[in-house]
Every structure is written in C-alpha cells, then in structure tokens.
Design a protein around this ligand. Sequence first.
Ligand code: IMP
Length: 420
Amino acid sequence: MATAVLGLQWGDEGKGKITHLLAGSASMVVRWNGGPNAGHTVIDRGVKFGTHLLPAGVFYEGVTSVIAGGVVVDLAVLREEHDAVARHLGRAPRLLLAENAHLIMPYHRILEDAEGSGARFGTTRRGIAPAYRDKAAHVGVRVGDLLEPRRLRDKVAWRLDLLRREWPSSAELRALDPDDLVASQIALGRPWFESIVEASSVVGRALAAGEEVMFEGAQGALLDVDFGTYPYVTSSSTLFGGIATSLAVDVGRIGRRLGVTKAYQTRVGEGPFPTELNDPTGAGLRDRGGEFGTTTGRPRRCGWLDLVALRYAIRLNGANELALTKVDVLDGLAKIKVCRAYRLDGKVTEEFPLSGERLATAEPVYEELAGWPTWRRVASWDELAGAARNYVQFIEEATGVPVTILSYGPSPEDTLHRAL
Ligand code: IMP
C-alpha cells in the first residue's frame, strides 16, 4: 500500500526516523514539498545524518528516490548531501529530479536577508520564500532549464536585471554575474542530467502498478502556507493535499496516511504557540529531547502536547494512523499536562482558529495525567503498561486515530510497531 508520512505539528516531529524506518520496504520514496529548510535526522547503520533534500529512500539499494515538482532545490545543498551519503554508502544514491521543480538561486538567499524575513518570521534563511514567490510570479528557474543553457541564461539574466532595479544599493546582487550563475548551476546539476524526469508520470505509473510508494512530508501541518499559523508559516503545502498539486497523481491510491507527532510540542522560529513553557519544565524538555534545529541549530521552543492543534492537523490531512515520537523525553515527570481545549474570547472551544493572530490570544485548558519514571523497552504492545500506556490511550481516544508506531529513542531499535 502507498503511504504518506505527514508532520502534524510545526515540523521536527521525528519524520526523519519514521521515513527511514519505512523506506526500506518501499520501492519508491518521494519528497513532495519544501526544500533545504527541512532537516530530517536519520541514523543509518550507526551514522547520523541531517538530510535536507534527499528522501530517505537513498539509504536503501533498489529504492528509487524522487524529488517532486513541488520542492524547491538548492543544487549546492543537494550536491553536498549527495556526496556525503555516497561516501557513507559506497555508491551513488538513486535519485530522480522532477523537471518542473524550481531552483533556489544564490539571489534568493540574498533577497531573504535583504528583506529581513529571517528576523521577522524566524525563517531558516535558505531562500525558500523568494524561490516559491518567483515560481508563483512565473519568473522562476526550473530543473529542466539546466538542460537548455540558453533558455537558462535568458531567464537568469532577466530576473537578475529586475532584482538589481528593485534593490539598487545591493552590492551582493551587483556582484552576481549571469554567466557565472548559469555555469555554476549547470556544473552542480550535471551529475543528474540523465535523472531529470517528468515525475508525475513516473510516480503515477508506480502507484497505478500497486507499488509501495512512500511520500515523505517535510515541515508540518501547522506551517502549511494556507492552513498553518499564517503569517508564521513556510511557503509550501505541507498537507496530504500538497501531494496532488506537487505531482498530480491519483492520491486516492495512497491508503495509509501516517501522521507523525511528538509526545509534546515544539516550534522553531516566531509565531503563536499556546502551550509553550517558558520555565524549567520547558527547558528540561529541550535538553532531554535535544531540541535544537537540524538545519539552523536554533533552540526550539518547547511545551505540552496540544490536542486542539493535533485534531486540526489530523483533519486537514485525513490521517488514519499516528506515529507518536520522543515519548521517552517525558520520563521522570510526576505529572504530564495535555491541552484539550482553548479559552478564546472568554469561551472554551475545541476549534483551532485559522488565524495565527487569533491563536496568539488562546489560553490552553489542560488535563493532567500521571507521569512515569523511565520508559522501559518492551517487546510488544501488550506489555506496555501503567501511566505510559494511559498516555498513549488518552491520545488515541482524544483523536480517534490509532497509534501504530511508538518511538522512544533515536535509533531504529527504540520503536514499537503495532499492526492494525
Ligand atoms: P522557511 O520555511 O525557511 O521560510 O521558514 C518559515 C518558518 O517555518 C520558520 O518559522 C521556520 O523555522 C519554519 N520551518 C521551516 N522548515 C522547518 C522544518 O523543517 N522544521 C521546523 N520548522 C521549519
């Protein structure tokens, strides 16, 4: 069955571990959104990788990895990551690139810094928003343009000329030369020239043939450009529906929609976060959970699990299974709080407000559950007992979705699977 792995929070849910676990049994693994703003932590045969663009399929021989049209690709990042993984594996990862994926050009990063959106929104400063903006304004450069140097030169020179007029005092933009830009993009992209494909038909055929295709989400539902906590969001569609626009395949064939959530809540960058803990408990979660950004190294904001947000994210994605990660980070807490509703405008509500500004005024209504001393490794689901079992059951009952993967440590062994 085809599977989509979907982040249900503000990213960093542990999707890297989950996709790495599942990719080995897939025939194809597809990244459909975002770009090098993502940071998936993967432990492959004892070696830790922070991957940004490469799908988890690259770690397995015989699995084809695809970067779809909805992704924005920084070729310098891709090349670096590709070379590191190739050295580790002793072979080149098998990777296909969609010809309609857009390129993040060096001027996109310059623009993001010039605009100051890093400071205002806490972005990852990888040029994500400027690249998606150029795509929507049809002034972007696509992977397929690499194969047509004259077309590429024309697009880059025109875009650069417009940008210089918009930012006349930018020495960095003035220093860029269109011929150098084109030459460096072509040199970086050359190893994949044979692997540039019309991804919609490649992935569509695999789905139609009933192959095990896994769709690897980046970021999370609450960062979605349309349904996240706007304007504190990323620029792509992070939801299940994003697969349809990124690839235009029959998403009805994707039966397993595995939503990934941590056992608590984190957020990196600016934006509302009702259950945030600015106290020693929050700091404890950050230390025990190693909550520092994979892409930027920034400390993540930490807080209690927010069930209002989780139910909203499940609904947006139609998630039918849950992977609950990092439950061991809650070890040793006498009491664990879970937010079951918000107090908004003096009323208690279980509805998640679409406006980020309104969410900023929400106060969490908590329920307190018993904690556990240490998470003990158990061989089967049935052995799960006491407060730990209660916590998992509480989440299942509150969301109406079964937890089928329980992760209680970074390595693949620290995982409990449950068949439905
Ligand atoms: P951008 O995607 O770099 O434009 O950043 C927009 C917002 O999304 C910022 O708050 C980032 O911290 C956040 N963000 C983007 N990608 C990720 C991710 O993979 N994990 C967590 N937060 C992310």
